[in-house]
Ligand binder design. Structure first.
Ligand code: MSP
Length: 516
């Protein structure tokens, strides 16, 4: 059952440095959604990649004594390795230095030029290099700093090509009005609406003072402004500008989701849609902006020196716990504080105590009392089973409702309701007492079957966030490959666990961590 195309993207990351917790955050969140949508039968296309052009990347290359191409070729594998380490299942990985992108981006600019949306002009104003953003004098923060990141800006004067962004103000506002889901969450939507309503200036879209970029097809002394170049990746990756991939492009575009950080919504919610309108293309369905990860109240970033690496956390907690922590502790769409103490707490509480412990004790009891074979499902339901059965039955709809809102916290909480209930169910039913007498044997088997079934179902719904653990739980239950599930609702129907299936207890899934 292949539902329609589900195309989602992350920003393409600058290769001025290696992946960090911030970039990993967006990527993990997108991966959890991609995995979930594959399980619900969608034809998922999950794109991530690298933003390799521009002055900032050229400067990083120079500082490292390399030419820009060698530099980006050195950094790209570090991103690929990081995404592999984090179990990211992107279907494509675009680099803006690739031929397919360069050709597509040039074709796009030619269309804008032919449609009369580009013109030559003179630019004088301020530029924030770390953000690759133009600012007018009155937009600057106190002390002539970048209003976004607070760093120094530079004054530039150039003859450039301009995009008639100002001409799209009314159409953009009309689009926001008619499509309330276009910018989420609501606070970001309001921010963009007031920004656009305040008036848009035409945008300089080329540079001449350096060469590390895509030459304009109609004026090769100019290279494309890096943000223009970068945004176009969302369409070149799926075949824009390539006659041989026209069908693919028609099937994939428009995207269902662009995931972005809140610092880059103007590019994605004002400039990008105006570019698409100018080219006569449809707009993406939703741009979802998440918040910042904060450490000790400050935005976590490399330049502030408060960045811990993803690898060091994965080494200590494991990849699934890493993914779980960021999605469970930070409400997607809001800023959220992260800390080592918080991570240890989540790990020991939710993962070691609730989930890992449930699986261990249950599989142990199945080995001990049933020779490691799943018992027969009970012939009739007992009153004491009603609660766990109804939580399991309600889980697919509850989870879906949360995921539609990209409320990962809520989705995980709904899975945890089942996990916690299963733990309590074991306590209440006390299988160790039921095992003492022959006449309570049927009840013992019923309790074990029901809990095993709850665990099987909980593994399905924790899989988008913790894929390795869920696959392991399925394997221990003697079930097939969890990643083959493409009809989650059917897979989650009660009674899917076959009696007689051999279980194996294995090592603890989340051995307790003691704080150093
Ligand atoms: N290259 C541009 C994006 C072009 S997309 C057409 C870019 N790259 S970036 O590498 O600087 O950042 C990418 C994303 O990482 C942004 O969405 C940003 O919000 C996110 N993060 C960087 N630091 C962050 C945190 N501390 N917390 C959460 N995410 C933040 O911008």
């Amino acid at each position: 059952m292949n539902k329609s195309s589900f195309y989602l993207t992350t920003p393409i990351y600058y290769v001025n440095s290696v992946p960090h917790l911030g970039t990993a955050y967006t990527t993990v969140a997108a991966d959890a959604l991609a995995r979930y949508r594959r399980m619900t039968g969608h034809d998922v296309h999950f794109l991530t990649g690298l933003d390799e052009h521009g002055q900032k990347v050229a400067q990083a290359a120079e500082e490292n004594g390399m030419d820009p191409q060698t530099w980006v070729d050195t950094i790209a594998p570090k991103f690929l390795d990081a995404w592999k380490m984090l179990a990211i299942t992107n279907d494509d990985f675009i680099r803006t230095t690739e031929e397919r992108h360069v050709r597509g981006a040039q074709a796009f600019l030619q269309v804008l030029k032919d449609n009369g949306d580009l013109y030559q002009g003179h630019y004088e104003g301020w530029y924030c290099l770390p953000d690759e953003t133009f600012y007018t004098e009155d937009q600057l923060a106190e002390g002539n700093c970048c209003p976004q990141c607070g760093r120094d800006v530079q004054f530039i004067k150039e003859d450039n090509w301009f995009f008639r962004l100002s001409a799209y103000q009314e159409r953009l506002l009309a689009h926001y009005e008619a499509n309330p889901q276009f910018i989420q969450p609501e606070t970001r939507r309001n921010e963009v609406v007031s920004f656009v309503a305040g008036g848009l200036k035409d945008l300089s879209v080329s540079r001449t003072t350096f060469t590390w970029g895509i030459p304009l097809p109609f004026d090769p002394d100019h290279v494309m402004y890096v943000w223009f170049d970068a945004l176009i990746n969302y369409i070149t990756a799926v075949g824009y500008g390539d006659p041989d991939r026209a069908e693919e492009f028609a099937r994939r575009w428009p995207a269902q989701y662009h995931f972005v950080g809140k610092d880059i919504i103007r590019f994605h919610c004002a400039i990008w849609p105006a570019m698409l309108m100018a080219a006569g293309l449809e707009l993406p369905e939703t741009v979802f902006a998440h918040g910042f990860l904060l450490t000790k109240g400050e935005k976590m970033s490399k330049s502030k020196g408060n960045a811990v690496t993803p690898a060091s956390l994965v080494e200590r907690f494991g990849v699934d716990a890493y993914r779980y922590y960021f999605l469970r502790d930070v409400q997607f769409g809001h800023d959220g504080s992260i800390s080592m103490e918080g991570m240890v707490q989540r790990y020991n509480g939710d993962l070691a105590n609730d989930w890992g412990n449930l699986v261990s004790r249950l599989l142990n009891m199945t080995e001990k009392y049933c020779d490691g074979a799943v018992p027969q499902p009970p012939a009739a339901a007992d009153e004491a089973d009603a609660d766990i059965l109804s939580i399991a039955a309600g889980l697919p709809a509850a989870y879906e409702a949360r995921m539609r809102e990209l409320d990962y916290v809520g989705a995980l909480e709904s899975a945890w309701e089942l996990i916690k209930r299963a733990n309590r169910y074991i306590e209440d039913s006390a299988p160790w007492n039921l095992a003492k007498a022959d006449e309570t044997r049927p009840r013992l088997e019923a309790v074990l079957y029901n809990t095993l079934e709850a665990v099987r179902i909980a593994a399905l719904f924790t899989a988008p966030v913790m894929p390795n653990t869920s696959a392991e739980v399925w394997a221990r239950l003697g079930l097939g490959d969890l990643f083959d599930v493409t009809d989650l609702a059917a897979a989650a129907a009660w009674g899917g666990l076959p009696a007689g299936s051999r279980v194996s207890k294995g090592d603890p899934l989340f051995p307790r961590i003691y704080e150093e």
